[in-house]
Design a protein around this ligand. Structure first.
Ligand SMILES: Nc1ncnc2c1ncn2[C@@H]1O[C@H](COP(=O)(O)OP(=O)(O)OP(=O)(O)O)[C@@H](O)[C@H]1O
Ligand SMILES: [Mg+2]
Length: 285
């Protein structure tokens, strides 16, 4: 079933399969791989029921099997998380259909979606930990990858909610579940490959957004601000995307400001005084 789309994988997932997947998510801190007999006892299933469900989930790419101390044990996969999230977004009437993949990075898969009124939305499925463990380990020394992934989705959703409600330039958050964040679709291009008519205006929008995040959202900063995470369109509208690493850190705030100012200086010859910008963002000027 390697070539199935996510929507098709959701369609072949049975009610009992969701019970198994949700159990694995809820018990993620107990075991990374849950032994089959524990699964069977805790869920009160017969051997046959569990076996059928497990085979279907493995075929669907939602489950990973490993022998631990001689016992068949199981872990959910990123695809498993995506399936649970998609099903739940549908039940909550947030996303009705999925479209094509917009972008696939190390830490997420971003897809088009359609809400129940047929509007286009963006569904971002977080995928942290298994492949990008090194980068995150200092922040989450004791967490397993499922927890890290779910926390990233929640952190991104909460940052978008706060910044948007305080008039910052970010996509409007629409909903979230499990590892997925649903947001408004912005028709534009990432700054690094956009034609920019008024770069001064774009920079001001970005800095105003940093200021909102700092002053009204508990002193947070983006944490990975760059020309790759700013989008612009032909009308000069700007948004700052990709907030899962939003955190309260003066060092990261300094780096975010430095990086973005450097880009505008090199690319558009706009020079700003870093101290003044820092004071503006922190509300001291
Ligand atoms: N709200 C949005 N509207 C339109 N396109 C979006 C939106 N959010 C994300 N995208 C597209 O998806 C890409 C990746 O999104 P994002 O930067 O949030 O994820 P990422 O984890 O950094 O992924 P990557 O590792 O590919 O950079 C963006 O470069 C952009 O093209
Ligand atoms: Mg990005």
């Amino acid at each position: 079933m390697n070539s199935l789309t996510l929507a098709e994988r959701v369609a072949v997932t049975d009610k009992l399969d969701y019970t198994v997947l949700r159990y694995l998510i809820e018990n993620r801190e107990r075991f990374e791989f849950i032994p089959k007999d524990v699964l069977k006892d805790d869920l009160g299933l017969s051997d046959k029921e569990l076996q059928i469900s497990i085979l279907r989930l493995i075929k669907n790419g939602a489950l990973l099997k490993k022998k631990i101390r001689g016992k068949d044990s199981f872990s959910i996969t990123f695809t498993g998380l995506d399936i649970v999230a998609t099903k739940s977004l549908y039940s909550k009437k947030i996303v009705k259909n999925l479209g094509i993949i917009i972008g696939e990075g190390k830490e997420s898969r971003v897809m088009f979606g359609y809400d129940f009124e047929g509007n286009t939305v963006v569904v971002k499925y977080h995928r942290i930990g298994r492949k990008s463990f090194k980068k995150k380990i200092e922040n989450f020394p004791t967490k397993n990858w499922v927890s890290m992934t779910l926390e990233n989705a929640r952190r991104e959703y909460e940052a978008l909610q706060c910044v948007k409600s305080n008039m910052g330039y970010v996509p409007s958050p629409i909903g979230f579940s499990t590892n997925a964040v649903v947001m408004e679709y912005f028709e534009g291009r990432p700054l690094y490959r956009a034609e920019v008519e008024n770069p001064e205006n774009v920079l001001n929008n970005v800095l105003a957004t940093l200021r909102v995040a700092y002053l009204y959202c508990g002193g947070i900063t983006h944490g990975d601000l760059s020309q790759y995470n700013v989008m612009v369109n032909g009308q000069g509208d700007t948004i700052v995307i990709d907030w899962p690493q939003a955190t309260r850190s003066e060092t990261k705030l300094g780096r975010d400001i430095e990086r973005i100012l450097l880009y505008f200086e090199k690319e558009f010859l706009i020079e700003k005084n870093i101290e003044e910008v820092m004071n503006y963002v922190k509300g001291s000027s």
